[in-house]
Ligand binder design. Structure first.
Ligand code: NGO
Length: 528
């Protein structure tokens, strides 16, 4: 029995019978039509949502209309069609239009939607007749598309045609992020990850509206980005990894391919060259980088804090200038990360002038510095960002110098920590981080004297001493990553663990349709 006939019959019956006598559904085999937008388990939770009690249905006649004359919006239309077509099999097309389209369609357009939506916010209006997605900037449309995607059944994520119906509850969502920086970090130095793995990670985190991916490109165990003026960095320094495997590195072309893939998803890549410590792979590649002019042996263990560039040599600054120049030239985003953590064998009297000098090299190549919280011991440039991971005292020193703070407190945001004592992968030096622990915190109240106005955003680092492939990466990051994404997006006043654990549990079907190897935490109320 078809649905229209079904609702007509129901209407007719309603005239004749008392409402209480109506059957709940004509065909119990079909999923109930979603009618209450407020019941949808969106993640991150949107800022405002108003349900209107009906629903929109994708049919063979549905197309995506985009504002004419804007190739970027057309590309977003194609991206949305690419998300909807495999599972629905509806062959939804993309058409351009000068004005609002006829009924039955999805419409994407830029609109002056009010300053509170900012550059990343969006408004999604769903009626029985149309889906209208508008935003001030294209990034907002991209995030609105992620919301639309989550409003459809989880089967929408499948790559083969699935049974419909494809219905969305009606109402209006107006939504925008709390913090401009919502990110993840991937350590490709301890274990190398291929371009395809990085792209998959980009896709998975962008579903939760993350907009930054920090790549930790060098460490004691490996140098992972081609530097044409210092080729041995990758030829030798990229030739192994933790455990002695083959390692690997990104050519500049491969790195640019990742940057472009991220950019197409409104995500910025932040490359990190960790220095002056965590540099054994470089020290093994070039003798001249060492104070004693002797190249170090390659290292495949997991100790930290034993290596340093020879900060008192002029050659070091030529080397850094070359590396930063080449990296800046292939990085369109505003930030370069200089590491600066755990330089235990660099005397403080050398560390401070080193960080100061590297900041000016980065500035000379037109980029802004991010560094781990230890860099706040140096004299910070006005736009330098301090990434809090370990010591509140360091982050506070940064704030006292006017720096913004990126929040990655290890005891909350490190997704390389084990979930509990039975987790096979991961480390535990910062504690176990179950899903509740990773969710119940507020960046703005984490450390005294560091308020929302001082915070750029949040980032969840995945260090990979124990993580060797994409399946293991997924296991450690899911489902903690959606929690960090929500902390970055949703106002603290709308976040509550008891509510969240149910809403997160409803992502189960989506995780499974996407083939994510997630951790089935006992803390989460798993649904469909
Ligand atoms: C620390 C250390 C990294 C480790 C990580 C492991 C920072 C900023 N430096 O975090 O080298 O891989 O812990 O959790």
């Amino acid at each position: 029995m078809n649905k229209d006939f079904c609702s007509l019959t129901a209407l007719f019956a309603a005239v004749l019978l008392a409402a209480a006598m109506l059957p709940m559904s004509c065909n119990p085999a079909l999923p109930a039509t979603p009618k209450d937008l407020a019941q949808d388990a969106l993640l991150p939770r949107p800022v405002s949502l108003e349900a209107t009690g009906s629903s929109f249905r994708l049919t063979e006649k549905t197309d995506i209309y985009v504002e004419a004359g804007n190739p970027e919006i057309e590309r977003l239309g194609q991206y949305l069609a690419g998300l909807l077509n495999p599972a629905t099999g509806l062959e939804i097309g993309v058409k351009t239009t000068e004005e609002a389209p006829p009924s039955g369609h999805i419409y994407l357009a830029l609109n002056n939607n009010g300053p509170e939506l900012g550059p990343e916010g969006y408004q999604l209006e769903i009626t029985e007749k149309a889906v209208n997605l508008t935003a001030n900037q294209p990034a907002g449309l991209f995030y609105g598309i992620q919301t639309l995607r989550q409003l459809l059944p989880a089967a929408i994520e499948q790559q083969e045609k699935q049974e419909g119906p494809w219905e969305i509850a009606s109402g209006t969502i107006r939504d925008y992020p709390t913090y401009p920086y919502r990110g993840a970090m991937l350590d490709v130095a301890r274990h190398f990850f291929a371009v395809e793995d990085v792209k998959r990670y980009i896709d998975l985190i962008s579903l939760y509206k993350m907009n930054m991916l920090h790549l930790h490109l060098s460490d004691d165990q490996g140098w992972r980005i081609e530097i044409k003026s210092w080729p041995n960095l990758t030829a030798k320094g990229g030739s192994t990894e933790v455990g002695g495997g083959a390692g690997g590195y990104f050519t500049q072309e491969q790195y640019q391919d990742i940057v472009q893939y991220a950019q197409d998803r409104y995500m910025t890549i932040i490359p990190e060259i960790d220095m002056p410590g965590h540099t054994n792979a470089a020290l093994a590649s070039y003798a001249v980088l060492n104070c004693d002019d002797k190249a170090r042996e390659l290292y495949t263990g997991t100790e930290v804090g034993f290596s340093t560039l020879c900060t008192t040599k002029d050659t070091i600054y030529q080397f850094i200038d070359d590396v930063i120049r080449e990296l800046a030239a292939i990085t369109p985003g505003p930030y370069l990360h200089i590491g600066g953590d755990e330089s235990h064998v660099t005397p403080m009297a050398e560390y401070i002038p080193f960080i100061n000098r590297v900041q000016s090299i980065v500035a000379a190549h037109g980029k802004q510095v991010i560094g781990w919280d230890e860099i706040a011991n140096a004299t910070l440039e006005p736009n330098t960002v301090v990434q809090y991971w370990s010591k509140a005292e360091n982050a506070q020193k940064g704030v006292a110098q006017g720096a913004k703070v990126l929040m990655s407190p290890a005891s909350k945001a490190y997704v390389d920590m084990k979930y509990d004592s039975t987790t096979q992968l991961g480390l535990s030096w910062a504690g176990f981080i179950e899903i509740d622990t990773g969710y119940i915190w507020d960046p703005a109240t984490m450390a005294e004297g560091i308020g929302k106005e001082n915070i750029l955003g949040v980032e969840a680092p995945l260090w990979t001493e124990t993580v060797t492939n994409i399946k293991e990466l997924e296991y450690m990051t899911f489902p903690r990553i959606p929690g960090i994404a929500e902390i970055g997006w949703t106002p603290a006043s709308l976040r509550d663990w008891e509510e969240y654990k149910v809403r997160l549990g409803k992502q189960k079907g989506r995780f499974e349709a996407l083939g994510i190897n997630y951790y089935v935490s006992p803390k989460v109320t798993w649904g469909e």
